[in-house]
Design a protein around this ligand. Structure first.
Ligand SMILES: Nc1ncnc2c1ncn2[C@@H]1O[C@H](COP(=O)(O)OP(=O)(O)OP(=O)(O)O)[C@@H](O)[C@H]1O
Length: 261
């Protein structure tokens, strides 16, 4: 598969300690991985292992101390890598119409003309399967599942090549979660997007991801084709993660469930 994203020997450090005794603390160390065009990759590991820090580095929002991030094609990283979060409302004005807020993203990135931006916005709302009257409604009037769709539409407005879902569906009811995951898979297929799932939910990784990357204390301990990694984990930490997950296997969300959020 043609690599869209190539991360090589990435190191990220945050300053820690008091003002008088500040030193750089390494959070991500020597991380290298690829994401192929149209590929879905899962990034897993315990809390604090550096998953979100890697995502922020990909967005140009974390202090990279060394290493490289290369995204094939043209355009700036922050625009071509977009993120969706668990709480989309946090990045939205709750009272402003979502149509205006998505149009604003198009304006910021200089996409389209003032006349056609509302048309593009309606198309995005349609793509994420929001009701036709959504354009003029403020964000606060939508359900949790609908807000997740708004977050996705807003991310898509920047025409990204790579979409990062950082625990994006973790707070949703399991049936709504399945719907949002289905939507992401459909968008990946229709728009040729690559997806990076940051999640604690190994069921999601097993069902949806082509490959998985296992992170422990800021370092990759194992990565590979999901099926192989789940069948024969080579690192003891991966085995521990999978052992903790196996009893929950029966609760794997069933995708393509016809239900509504
Ligand atoms: N802005 C920051 N300044 C200093 N330290 C930070 C900053 N952001 C994150 N960290 C630290 O970096 C480490 C990794 O955090 P990160 O959020 O990347 O982990 P994570 O694997 O995504 O965790 P979780 O699964 O709980 O979201 C943590 O120890 C965290 O405290």
């Amino acid at each position: 598969m043609t690599p869209l994203l190539e991360v090589r020997n990435l190191h990220v450090s945050y300053p820690q300690g008091s003002f008088w005794n500040r030193k750089l603390s390494p959070i991500v160390q020597n991380v290298s991985f690829d994401v192929g065009q149209g590929e879905t990759v899962g990034l897993i590991g315990e809390s604090g292992s550096g998953k979100s820090t890697i995502a922020r580095a990909l967005m140009g929002l974390a202090p990279i101390t060394s290493g490289s991030i290369h995204l094939a094609g043209t355009g700036t990283l922050p625009r071509r890598v977009q993120m969706i979060f668990q709480d989309p409302l946090a990045s939205l004005d709750p009272c402003m119409s979502i149509g205006a807020q998505i149009t604003e993203v198009l304006t910021v990135h200089g996409i389209g003309t003032p006349a056609d931006r509302p048309v593009r916005t309606r198309d995005l709302l349609d793509r994420v399967r929001l009701p036709v009257d959504s354009y003029d409604r403020p964000a606060i009037t939508f359900s949790g599942g609908q807000r997740a769709r708004i977050g996705i539409a807003r991310a898509l407005a920047a025409s990204p090549s790579l979409l990062i879902a950082d625990e994006a569906t973790a707070a949703l009811d399991v049936s709504v979660q399945a719907q949002i995951l289905n939507l992401l898979m459909d968008l990946r297929d229709d728009m040729g997007l690559s997806l990076l799932f940051i999640t604690h939910d190994l069921a999601v990784v097993r069902v949806l991801c082509d490959r998985a990357i296992v992170l422990l204390q800021g370092k990759i301990v194992e990565q590979g084709v999901t099926q192989d990694l789940f069948a024969q984990p080579s690192h003891s930490y991966t085995r521990t993660l999978l052992d903790a997950y196996r009893p929950l296997n029966s609760s794997v969300p069933s995708l393509k469930t016809p239900c509504h959020d």
